[in-house]
Design a protein around this ligand. Structure first.
Ligand SMILES: O=C(O)[C@H](O)[C@@H](O)[C@H](O)[C@H](O)COP(=O)(O)O
Ligand code: SF4
Length: 606
């Protein structure tokens, strides 16, 4: 029996999206065409499209009756999570041929590592890189040579960008292909402890670098539950991965077998066969609600209160923070993965992982079962985990009981009765906060404001010893139109040190935090942002701010008449427009929609 709130929110989203979704699906139907899409190309177009193909592939591509699968890949050596993709295209092409099809590397997309750019100017390109990835995906697929596509991506902005791009080719089947997590190194808790020691000046840079290098020590996704691993969870819950593919370690026979099977599988989903499964029909209102539920049940990244909105919008579906907030009230927290606990994503996978989680949420009536997936209709396909039986890929039922109650729980005995994501409203605007990593005693903070126009200003004040007190840091001009809405995760160790000293501290910003931020209460994504006249610009040092994550309140306790009369702060942001390539992103800053509209810089999608 479907939970009533889940049903109500789904119905509301459907009604809100009806005209956009209908128009989107009509465009998809128009794009479907008949037969292999490369059959619509001229001889010249086609000859160019297969000129460099190996002889055997060339014959198949000329035939136009055989499926041709696009590979769109975010491979690079910079992201530990994407480095394994280097080997994937050869496996995919090989497997496609086995399936009587072909595969071509259609195009690469850029991939930024937020861990490398954290606290650096490059972070101001990060959010916009999502939209560049979507555009790059469209450029790859615009050759119209393809009957399905495989999307190779893992990290923060990459999977959202790939899916936004894929949905503009909604008539094509899409299979997302992950690389898997790094093996566990230095624990995330120990990493965070050492960072705090360094932030307090009690550890050398060399000792910090050694610890960081033990945490991030090899190929694969970083093991905390940030945006990258939230992406993998979402692709499972949305039925866009092979079941259980998310958290299998790279460089293993099982990972290679899953990658090869993804290619064979994609070739069977085209319009040339009997199981045509366009991605536009998978990503519908029910699947989007399932995605929000999965995010809430696992304490996933706050970045998805932006990216999920953008992904949904790309499919003609409108969701907002009220939807997240209302679902959060009924979705229990079933997983404790760092920063929401001490375990990492490998422990989660070992405890039962996605198969266990999806079955629990389906049986509790918290997810829609009747959805289309790449495995066919029904999300119950995803209550399984893959393994090799005498070298052959197969699936078995996921464990019925959690193999580690400290990491993964049944819906009947959750870590928390709600999902820990809260909408905050009040005279400072609309904002979201994730409390699943915030101790209950720190979820309501009422303290004087200290206003900063950047995270480095706060860090300097800390070093001068000016912050040894209760305060709420208000960091302004960090929204999409100001400077690309960077993550301010560099503040975490400093604010955590002050919190550990017993001070009541919190952060309020129109910027973002990392999916791996956690223990300090942070009201983020404040909308409207400062640079468009948002109310954060009225806050002055010393104003008493109330951040109440229990009641959902974010308010400056200033008399209404005084508040209305205050001038809104202005800031000369021209320095944000230069250096590290920021010169090239003026159109993105100028067009970006608000965080609650997905911070999309395409201009209008419809
Ligand atoms: O949203 C995210 O998950 C973050 O952007 C993450 O991808 C990034 O790497 C952070 O910096 C966390 O990693 P550290 O704690 O090592 O900075
Ligand atoms: S999870 Fe974050 S830090 Fe790790 S590789 Fe991906 S983007 Fe970089």
């Amino acid at each position: 029996m479907l939970n009533q709130r889940v049903a109500e929110v789904t119905t509301r989203i459907k009604a809100r999206s009806a005209s956009l979704r209908t128009a989107y699906l009509q465009r998809v139907a128009n794009a479907r065409g008949q037969g292999p899409l490369r059959g619509h190309l001229s001889c010249t177009n086609l000859a160019h499209g297969f000129a460099a193909a190996p002889a055997g592939d060339k014959i198949m591509l000329r035939e136009v009756r055989k499926a041709n699968v696009a590979i769109v890949s975010a491979y690079n050596d910079m992201l530990s999570a994407h480095q394994p993709f280097e080997a994937f295209p050869a496996w995919i092409k090989d497997a496609a041929r086995e399936a009587g099809a072909t595969a071509q590397f259609a195009g690469g997309v850029p991939a930024m590592c937020d861990g490398v750019t954290q606290g650096q100017p490059g972070m101001e390109l990060s959010l916009f890189s999502r939209d560049v990835i979507a555009m790059s995906t469209a450029i790859a697929l615009s050759h119209n040579m393809f009957d399905a596509a495989l999307y190779l991506g893992v990290c923060d902005k990459i999977v959202p960008g790939l899916l936004i791009g894929a949905l503009q080719f909604g008539h094509l089947p899409a299979v997302f292909v992950p690389a898997g997590p790094m093996t566990s190194g230095l624990s995330n808790d120990e990493k965070a402890r050492i960072r705090q020691l360094h932030a307090a000046g009690q550890l050398t840079r060399e000792a910090l670098l050694e610890a960081e290098s033990q945490a991030y020590h090899g190929a694969g996704t970083c093991t905390f539950y940030g945006t990258a691993n939230s992406n993998q969870m979402l692709m499972e819950v949305m039925g866009l991965h092979l079941p259980g593919a998310a958290f299998v370690t790279p460089g293993t026979p099982l990972r290679e077998a899953l990658t090869r099977e993804a290619a064979r599988h994609a070739a069977q989903l085209t319009d040339l066969g009997q199981r045509y499964t366009p991605v536009a029909e998978i990503v519908d209102e029910k699947t989007i609600v399932n995605a929000i539920v999965g995010l809430l049940a696992t304490g996933g990244s706050t970045n998805h209160t932006i990216h999920l909105i953008a992904m949904a919008r790309a499919a003609g579906i409108l969701i907002d923070w009220t939807d997240f907030d209302e679902l959060s009230a009924v979705v229990p927290l079933l997983a404790r993965i760092y920063p929401n606990g001490s375990a990492d994503v490998n422990h989660f996978h070992a405890a039962g992982g996605m198969g266990f989680l999806i079955r629990e949420l389906l049986d509790a009536g918290l997810m829609h079962e009747d959805v289309l997936t790449i495995m066919g209709r029904g999300l119950r396909h995803y209550m399984k985990e893959p393994f090799l039986l005498e070298g052959r890929l197969t699936w078995r039922d996921a464990p019925v009981e959690s193999l580690d109650q400290d990491v993964l729980r049944k819906a009947s005995s959750p870590f928390s009765a709600d999902g820990g994501l809260k909408l905050l409203t009040g005279n400072l605007g609309r904002s979201v906060i994730k409390v699943s990593a915030v101790k209950p005693q720190n979820r309501v903070v009422r303290a004087p404001a200290v206003v900063f126009d950047g995270q480095d200003e706060l860090l300097s004040a800390y070093k001068r010893g000016e912050l040894e007190r209760d305060f709420i840091a208000v960091i302004r001009f960090q929204g999409p139109r100001a400077n690309g809405m960077p993550e301010l995760h560099k503040l975490t160790p400093t604010l955590a040190n002050l919190q550990d000293k017993g001070f009541k501290v919190a952060l309020v910003t129109d910027g973002r935090m990392s999916g791996a931020s956690g223990k300090v209460p942070a009201a983020i994504h404040v909308t409207p942002e400062c640079v468009v006249g948002g109310p954060l610009g009225r806050v002055r040092d010393g104003d008493i701010i109330l951040l109440d994550a229990e009641q959902g309140v974010l308010r400056a306790e200033v008399a209404d008449d005084e508040w209305a009369e205050r001038e809104i702060a202005q800031r000369d942001l021209r320095d944000n427009n230069f250096g590290m390539g920021r010169e090239l992103f003026g159109a993105f800053r100028g067009h970006a929609t608000g965080a609650e509209q997905g911070a999309m810089s395409f201009g209008m999608l419809d």
